[in-house]
Design a protein around this ligand. Structure first.
Ligand code: PLP
Length: 368
């Protein structure tokens, strides 16, 4: 069995034991240590640790003081957390289409989706590759929009040498299967001192000094136990990203020329951290995407479909007042991707021979 993901936090044992012995297990010195290390990795002045990637997104939107008529423009090809965070923050959602070559926001479609009520542009750096931040930053500036980056899958990724999460408010997830994990957790990054201060208040019930509440806040705090898991993860991030890139390269070389299959691109000027290695199974492949997924599972090769439907295409979002005018017809590329994408194992625990097995099995199943 070759799993789609492997979680390895064994090297956190001594730090976790240190927290256990201290008796101070909630937010404390270990969270501060983790935040300092994360800010270093993201290249930002501030990193505010919270209890999930979803709450990172909610808090980032909340400090921008949005009203329900204010719109957040984002991708329909993403985790449901992106959508749920916008709804939780009480803003209206507008979707723009994505590009098949990098699975992230198409800048022409994004420009067309921006309207008079748009206040936030929220690109999703999907599968570990940055969205086109030079064009999206220009669009945000031209239309006076705040940039909130859903960087949940892209810790360490860069665009033109600059790390994601440093363009606007950066929101990261530390969920168990993400490239850096604390079991559950999230981080917001920013260079803005005032926003950082307000985010720290929001995280802790709006409180700066005991019993002094300055805003109606939340409990979004991370615990020292969780932070202890994350510190060794940050230490080995660059090594792990290099192994992921090595595995991705070997997969793409091995799978080249497989009929009906497209391998993912690492676009020039972007450092891809390969959270997922996602191929597309086109209409002319010998098996459909779903057939290939089932056959791989049967052969013991883990795989995943991210994402099988447009994010809003579920009954619970039908006719939602904060999701007006969302339609698959207006999002043809994202719609096609939901039918074609399949993620294969790329994680750093793969051996060279695991990669060879994945390649040989996919090639055989697709008649290469
Ligand atoms: C994982 C993820 C999130 C949410 O993070 P949680 O830590 O699970 O709350 C948000 N957006 C994307 C794109 C994700 O992959």
């Amino acid at each position: 069995m070759i799993p789609i993901t492997v979680v390895d936090v064994r090297d956190a044992e001594s730090l976790v034991v240190e927290v256990l012995r201290s008796g101070a297990i909630a937010q404390g010195p270990m969270v501060h240590r983790f935040e300092a290390a994360f800010a270093q990795v993201a290249g930002t002045r501030h990193a505010i640790a919270v209890n999930s990637g979803t709450t990172a997104l909610v808090a980032a939107l909340e400090v921008l003081d949005l009203h329900s008529a204010d719109e957040v423009v984002t991708s329909p090809f993403t985790s449901v957390a992106t959508l749920n965070a916008i709804l939780e923050a009480g803003a209206t959602v507008r979707f723009a289409d994505v590009r098949a070559e990098d699975f992230t926001l198409d800048t022409d479609s994004t420009a067309a989706a921006i309207g008079a009520r748009s206040k936030v542009l929220m690109p999703v750096h999907l599968f570990g590759q940055a969205a086109n931040m030079s064009k999206l930053t220009s669009l945000a500036e031209a239309h006076d929009l705040h940039l909130v980056e859903d960087a949940a899958q892209a810790v360490g990724a860069t665009f033109e040498g600059r790390r994601v999460g440093g363009y606007g408010l950066g929101c990261f997830s530390l969920y168990a299967t993400k490239n850096v994990t604390t079991a559950e957790g999230g981080v917001i990054t920013t260079d803005d001192d005032e926003l950082a201060d307000r985010l720290r208040l929001l995280r802790n019930q709006g409180m700066r000094v005991r019993h002094q509440y300055e805003v109606a806040g939340h409990n979004y705090r991370m615990t020292d136990l969780h932070a202890a898991l994350g510190i060794p993860q940050l230490d080995k991030l660059d090594t792990n990203s290099a192994v992921r890139a090595h595995n991705a390269r070997r997969l793409s070389i091995g799978l080249a020329g497989t009929p009906g299959l497209s391998t993912p691109l690492a676009l020039p000027g972007r450092e891809h951290v390969w959270h997922q290695y996602t191929v597309r199974v086109g209409p002319h492949a010998m098996l459909s995407r779903d057939e290939l997924a089932a056959a791989l599972t049967e052969r013991g090769i883990g795989n995943g479909i991210y994402y099988p439907r447009l994010v809003f295409d579920y009954d619970c979002y039908r006719d939602h007042p904060l999701i007006p005018d969302a339609s698959a017809e207006a999002l043809p590329v994202a719609t096609t991707l939901t039918r074609e994408v399949l993620s294969l194992p790329v994680h750093p625990a793969l051996t060279e021979s695991d990669v060879d097995v994945v390649v040989a099995t996919v090639r055989e199943l697709l008649g290469a």
